[in-house]
Design a protein around this ligand. Sequence first.
Ligand SMILES: NC(=O)c1ccc[n+]([C@@H]2O[C@H](COP(=O)([O-])OP(=O)(O)OC[C@H]3O[C@@H](n4cnc5c(N)ncnc54)[C@H](O)[C@@H]3O)[C@@H](O)[C@H]2O)c1
Length: 439
Amino acid sequence: MTVALEKAIENKSAVVGVIGLGYVGLPLIRAFIAAGFRTMGFDVDQSKVDRLLHGESYIGHISSDWIAECVENRKFVPTADMKRLSEADALLICVPTPLSESRDPDLYYVEETTRQISKSLRPGQLIVLESTTYPGTTRDVVLPILAKSGLKVGSDFFLAYSPEREDPGNPNFSASVIPKVVGGYDAESLKLAQALYAFAVTKVVPVSSCEVAEACKILENTYRSVNIAMVNELKMLFDRIGIDVWEVIDAAKTKPFGFQAFYPGPGLGGHCIPIDPFYLSWVARKHGQATRFIELAGEINTHMPEYVIHRLAQALNEQGKPLNGSKICILGIAYKKDVDDPRESPSFELMDLLRAGHSKLSYNDPHVPRMPKVRHHDAPDMTSTPLTADFLASQDCVLIATDHSAYDYDFIVRHSRLVIDTRNATKNVREGREKIRKA
Ligand SMILES: NC(=O)c1ccc[n+]([C@@H]2O[C@H](COP(=O)([O-])OP(=O)(O)OC[C@H]3O[C@@H](n4cnc5c(N)ncnc54)[C@H](O)[C@@H]3O)[C@@H](O)[C@H]2O)c1
């Protein structure tokens, strides 16, 4: 079995199937097509599959023309038919791994996908989990479901874990130029996964087990969460003593070793950093250990929207205005600059707090034309208001939550009465700085 798959990978006749065609899955398909492989894309969401079949992208940085061309020449076959999973030689799982209501890992999507694979698993297939998860998931959750097929891992089929490191919206790092960590269940699985990814990415980093690869991804995201919490805490402290934290960070990062810059903001967003560290906390609890760094970082980062609104209320108060009845426009609903992804965006919490204060809300986001429905927040049904000079002048305050590059910050500050800047987006604005409050 190994030899057949190895040959198919070597001569690129292997069909690469990606399960979960979202922010991670679609760029991965693109990397394998660029490497010369034929691909299949599986998703339970029929509407996504239909859009792809019609040559339409739903992810900002993946072009519709490219989708149309690849679907047309059969390099990419999108389908919602899970019975076709057996047609792929390698299956890469990129489904969501959220938290449950009680902030525990919710592996429903991974388990459900694995059940589907297990039903049609055939000898010679390589299965790789890419979804972010806690160490032990591939061995303890995925393998037992696949084993129900009656096939044996390491000889009939092969199993590996390789975390995705996608950075949506970052033009310098598409999937193919990011080194990929791979851990195999056994030596054969590692060899095959390594051979496959070597075609699609700039560098493969083999590690000794699936657990090391799983832990590596969680370390990377916990590292970010903790460091962002630290600069968020310093932002609040430095503000009290009249120091601009962004200027401090810019100065500190001139040190050529031993320092990496992280930036404060209105709170954490996205599918990864607010969520993944809690996968590790859950495992730690099972082993009787606390993860104090993770809990503390979560506490500080979660508090940031309240801090921002407190600063905003203070600034309005200086002008003799209460939150109640003030017109406030939030700039940016996406969780970070230049993307259209609103998942876990702190803007929703900012909106909840402003609505609780009875402010009159509006928003603008060039990448999010209509307010999306998200879990845990009851956001009003609004559309993005164009930022005309008259509109800006009509607002009591403009709150910059996301520093999209599309914004003309000189124009925004010129026409606004008060600007609360949570990202240092206005750092190059020269005129009207007296109207800006960093928060
Ligand atoms: N978005 C990122 O920047 C990023 C970066 C690194 C890692 N990750 C991780 O990658 C994984 C996927 O994240 P994403 O952002 O691509 O999520 P996403 O929500 O954009 O896409 C997931 C897709 O999986 C589909 N899906 C759900 N259940 C399915 C099933 N049983 N069978 C087939 N398809 C199914 C959904 O319909 C959706 O289209 C997560 O574990 C995430 O933590 C995400």
